[in-house]
Design a protein around this ligand. Structure first.
Ligand SMILES: Cc1cc2nc3c(=O)[nH]c(=O)nc-3n(C[C@H](O)[C@H](O)[C@H](O)COP(=O)(O)OP(=O)(O)OC[C@H]3O[C@@H](n4cnc5c(N)ncnc54)[C@H](O)[C@@H]3O)c2cc1C
Length: 467
């Protein structure tokens, strides 16, 4: 690290680590400051299902998948009903392929393409993941690389509390130790990778009233620090009502059941024993739909085949291990073990079976049931949850934070939940993977923009006799 301080301070050791690693790759000295001692198991990247969209990757080519940035942007615009940021989505799509291939080849992430099922809204297979489909492994691998880099220092716990800007350019990061000691670190660049404001109750109540009553299942360190720091510096903010919800958090164990259950043919009942919509529209918007049902509680119903297919997910295995599933050999028995009205449960299993066979259209318009459920049936009691917020500081395609007049604050970048994302307003625009894509992708783009240090100017040789 030079006496003048690091070239880049990254605040937040989640997706921000990708930016740190990429900047180090460009020959930059980086300081990562992380507020929480428990970040390895507590931040959102570590909690995630590790599904990262990648466009035009070699894994897609190997699987014969034809994808393009235009196709990805089309999917984002369809899911957000035209309100997603097409420019930012395009920049992320273009960067995603080279980023994932670099993460695999140089950082050692053992990535594969998910081909066994497709999340709602993706028109082709493009989610990439790692063995176990869990973010803790993803983060651990990034940390191994960070720790072995001579150019990256990691300071934990230390919280970014301010950024000094002079003449429109970042000049220092202000960090605070847990004992309240503050230190000003000279630097020309700061990446705000501190996530959103999901853990700040008052901000959630103000901006996301529809999900404010639900369980918060995200990082406790997502307190809106980037929003406050950026706003103080005159940054523009957008989409503060945007968030990712999830309708399948197991009530008893507070673990994720996962939406692969639905995409493989499962469905959701409320406490009257009836379905209440097309579950395949998306797990994020379904959280608000479930929140509006009696007691904000439901039962996710599937069968042995779906169970077997979902065991590739660490979260699902944990849910099973926690003993939250009930099993039944008949529809009537399923009603008994779930304490739901028998007539309703029997009717739903019969109706979904004929819809799955295609003989009668589903009354909610659902077209994908994969196949009809067969005994033994499984069910798990679920509640809706808020996972993270998707609104924040407005950034351009280089992850530069923009002022309200559209001019970048030189040297200030934002990624992940700190930045306004590509999910439009509310919950329904969230396309699976569009949490990690801006988290990893914007931090990668910030490092690309920072680039390599400029070579020191070479002084012209002074010719003899010219003095
Ligand atoms: C259960 C679950 C499953 C998910 N699955 C997926 C998925 O499969 N695919 C997907 O795309 N998205 C998924 N998401 C969303 C995804 O996890 C997030 O969008 C993404 O991880 C956000 O990354 P981030 O870097 O912005 O934040 P984080 O990973 O939370 O990292 C932010 C870090 O900043 C630290 N911090 C906070 N304030 C400060 C400060 N002032 N100074 C220094 N450090 C600070 C925090 O401690 C934290 O370590 C999931 C979320 C959950 C909860």
């Amino acid at each position: 690290m030079s006496a003048d301080g690091p070239d880049l301070v990254v605040a937040g050791a989640g997706g921000g680590l990708v930016g740190a690693l990429r900047a180090a790759r460009h020959g930059r000295d980086v300081l990562v400051v992380e507020a929480s001692e428990h970040f390895r198991r507590g931040n959102n990247t570590s909690m995630s299902t590790a599904m990262i969209p990648g466009v035009g990757t070699r894994w897609q080519r190997d699987a014969g998948v034809s994808d393009s940035p235009a196709r990805f942007v089309g999917d984002v615009l369809a899911k957000t009903k035209g309100t997603g940021d097409a420019g930012l989505a395009g920049a992320l799509a273009v960067a995603s392929g080279p980023m994932l291939e670099w993460l695999a080849d140089e950082i050692g992430l053992p990535l594969t393409l998910v081909t066994d099922f497709r999340y709602p809204g993706h028109s082709v297979d493009r989610c990439h993941t790692i063995e176990g489909r869990h973010g803790a492994r993803l983060l651990e691998q990034l940390l191994v690389a960070v720790r072995s880099s001579a150019r990256i220092d990691l300071l934990v716990p230390a919280r970014l509390v301010d950024v000094r800007v002079e003449d429109g350019h970042v000049v220092a990061a202000v960090i605070e130790q847990p004992d309240g000691t503050r230190e000003e670190i000279p630097t020309g660049s700061v990446l705000l990778a501190t996530n959103g404001f999901g853990a700040d109750r008052s901000l959630v109540e103000r901006h996301l009233p529809g999900i404010a009553g639900a369980v918060y299942h995200g990082s406790e360190a997502s307190r809106g620090d980037a929003l406050r720091i950026g706003s103080r510096l005159g940054a523009a903010t957008a989409l503060l009502d945007a968030y990712q919800g999830h309708a399948a958090l197991a009530q008893r164990s507070a673990t994720l059941v996962g939406w692969a259950t639905v995409m493989h043919g499962g469905f959701m009942l409320d406490l009257t024993g009836r379905r209440f919509g097309d579950e395949t529209t998306g797990y994020s918007e379904y959280a608000e739909a479930l929140a509006a049902r009696p007691e904000s509680t439901g039962w996710l119903v599937f069968d042995q085949r779906v169970f077997n297919l979902c065991m590739s997910f660490t979260d699902f295995k944990e849910t099973v291990g926690a003993g939250t599933l009930v099993w039944a050999d008949t529809p009537a028995e399923l009603a008994r073990v779930t304490s739901l009205p028998t007539d309703a449960v029997v009717a739903e299993l019969a109706e979904t079976a004929v819809a799955a066979e295609g003989s009668v259209a589903d009354r909610f318009g659902r077209t994908n049931f994969e196949q009809a459920l067969a005994p033994p049936y499984a069910a798990v009691k679920v509640v809706p949850a808020l996972f993270h917020t998707q609104g924040g500081l407005v950034v351009d395609g280089h992850a530069r934070v923009l002022r309200q007049d559209g001019v970048p604050i030189e040297g200030l970048y934002a990624s992940g939940g700190a930045a306004a994302g590509i999910s439009g307003h509310g919950a329904s625009g969230y396309l699976a993977g569009n949490g990690l894509l801006p988290a990893l992708g914007l931090s990668f783009l910030a490092a690309e923009h920072l680039g390599a240090p400029r070579p020191a100017p070479v002084e012209a040789p002074v010719e003899e006799g010219s003095r």
